[in-house]
Design a protein. Structure first.
Length: 453
């Protein structure tokens, strides 16, 4: 396997030359990212259509606009983010300059996953560049057309000395992880996250781990189930359920389950027609391994909606299963596909117990008009994000940090949070040489009179 040592050594020299630290370099690269997206929109759509059967509309909303807006936000706020931040001072430091200076960490490694293959590379890169870092980007081999696009077009737009795309899968990533980086951002599953963290520990490299898990939805009584079903179905079935923050399972009181199912059916038919397979708005499972994994999860179940599949196209219909037990196979792992189990619960307190008995989720969704129920769930549970009365869309608000907690991840990004994640907050104290007599208190010999104790 090729060694990436020389490439990283060269990149580190460029970093140490200070090239990436100037505001001009950063804003030029960020502007180039906007151009890269705008001038190649059709190529991006074609790549994602080939990899995941993503409709152009979905690509615009969840990939291109998101990245473009994040880059524009970084351009607009760059000088403000780069400015040293004054801090409060106690009497002893009144004459001095005390501030926090954000400084770039150095050479960063960004390892992306396949489900949103543009976003998961570009969003971290935008913040890494804004913060003044060099970047090595490793897109997922599971979405090869998009990876090839990034490999071909990033060098055409961005500074090749400071930003490089490495193609490949496990062997290439393993070889990269043998090298020393100053920060690693990894998106993917928690098994591989442990490999990444172990490799990083050799150099005490900080890591940001963007992982997944089972994101629950609690649906309360006395709520407009038509609206709920549309918002849950959209978040669940977008990209054929292959979204890290997709609602994984629903919990609701038994008496509303029946009506919820009919509302979900209406929403699904409305979004994708009754013949989902022929809808160009509905995605496909990324590969046959994941298709087989999802088929196994469906074994022995009796879907009340969907359940159909076609291996040749890696198509699985939007599927809903009712009266699922917590011990069922489908409740043991992240589904990451278009299957929605419904677990009935007595009330929101039982939902809280279930949530707290499991790994901390990446997102937690609550549909309720009852403030007490909403606040109770928010206060008594822990999750990467908490969203009331919608699903998934919090990822589109770049002022909110996006990341997990516990098994769903470590660290967060998006917007200024990415800039912060790729920066070191350097404590700066610049003292004057005056006032030496006031300083004399700290010098030995220590006497009771001096210390006043
Ligand atoms: P994947 O298979 O694309 O793997 C992710 C990256 O890890 C790839 O670049 C791959 O080359 C690399 N990799 C895989 N195995 C490796 C190994 N043994 N050693 C070193 N590198 C290796 O993606 P995936 O893991 O199938 O992604 C799906 C998971 O990611 C889900 O759990 C999902 O919830 C999560 N996810 C999280 C986010 C988030 O932002 N939190 C976003 C997308 C996906």
């Amino acid at each position: 396997m090729e060694s990436y040592g020389q490439m990283i050594t060269d990149m580190r020299s460029v970093f140490l030359s200070g090239k990436t630290k100037s505001e001009k370099w950063r804003s030029t690269q960020l502007r180039a990212i906007v151009n890269l997206i705008e001038e190649n929109a059709q190529k991006i759509c074609d790549a994602l259509q080939a990899d995941l059967h993503k409709h152009k509309g979905e690509v615009i909303i969840t990939e291109m606009e998101l990245c473009k807006n994040d880059a524009i936000n970084a351009i607009n706020h760059l000088s403000e983010w780069m400015k040293p931040e004054k801090v409060a001072k106690s009497m002893m430091f009144m004459m001095d300059n005390a501030c926090i200076q954000k400084e770039p960490l150095g050479v960063s490694l960004i390892i992306g996953a396949w489900n949103y293959p543009i976003q998961l590379i570009l969003l971290p890169m935008i913040g890494a560049i804004a913060a003044g870092n060099c970047c090595i980007l490793k897109p997922s081999e599971m979405s090869p057309k998009t990876a090839e696009f990034l490999h071909e077009y990033i060098p055409k737009y961005l500074d090749n000395d400071c930003i490089k795309v490495v193609l490949g899968g496990v062997p290439e990533t393993t070889a990269l992880l043998k090298e020393r980086f100053d920060i690693i951002l990894y998106t993917g599953n928690s098994m591989v996250a442990k490999i990444v963290m172990e490799a990083a520990s050799k150099f005490l490299t900080p890591v940001i781990l963007e992982l997944g898990g089972k994101s629950p939805v609690y649906i309360d009584r006395n709520i407009d189930l038509n609206v709920v079903a549309r918002r849950v179905s959209w978040g669940k079935f977008i990209n054929a359920g292959q979204t890290c923050v997709a609602p994984d399972y629903v919990m609701c009181p038994k008496e509303i389950q029946g009506e919820l199912v009919s509302c979900l059916k209406n929403a699904i038919d409305d979004f994708f027609t009754k013949d989902t397979k022929s809808s160009d708005s509905y995605g496909r499972i990324v590969n046959s391994r994941h298709f087989g994994r999802l088929q196994k999860l469906l074994e022995g179940t009796k879907p009340v909606i969907g359940g159909e599949s076609d291996e040749t196209e890696r198509f699985i219909a939007p599927t809903v299963i009712t009266d699922v037990q917590l011990s069922d196979k489908i409740m043991q792992e992240e589904i990451f596909g278009p299957i929605l189990p419904i677990v009935t619960v007595k009330d929101h307190n039982e939902a809280i117990e279930i949530i707290n008995s499991r790994e901390k989720p990446l997102a937690l969704y609550v549909f309720t008009t009852n403030k007490t129920v909403r606040e109770d769930i928010r206060q008594k549970t822990s999750s990467g994000a908490f969203l009331a009365n919608d699903t998934v869309v919090h990822g589109g608000l770049c002022s909110l940090p996006f990341g997990g907690v516990g098994n769903s991840g470590m660290g967060a990004y998006h917007g200024k949070h990415t800039f912060n994640a790729f920066s070191h907050s350097k404590a700066v104290l610049e003292k004057s040489l005056g006032m030496e007599s006031a300083m004399s208190l700290r010098y030995p010999p220590y006497t009771e009179a001096k210390l006043g104790w």
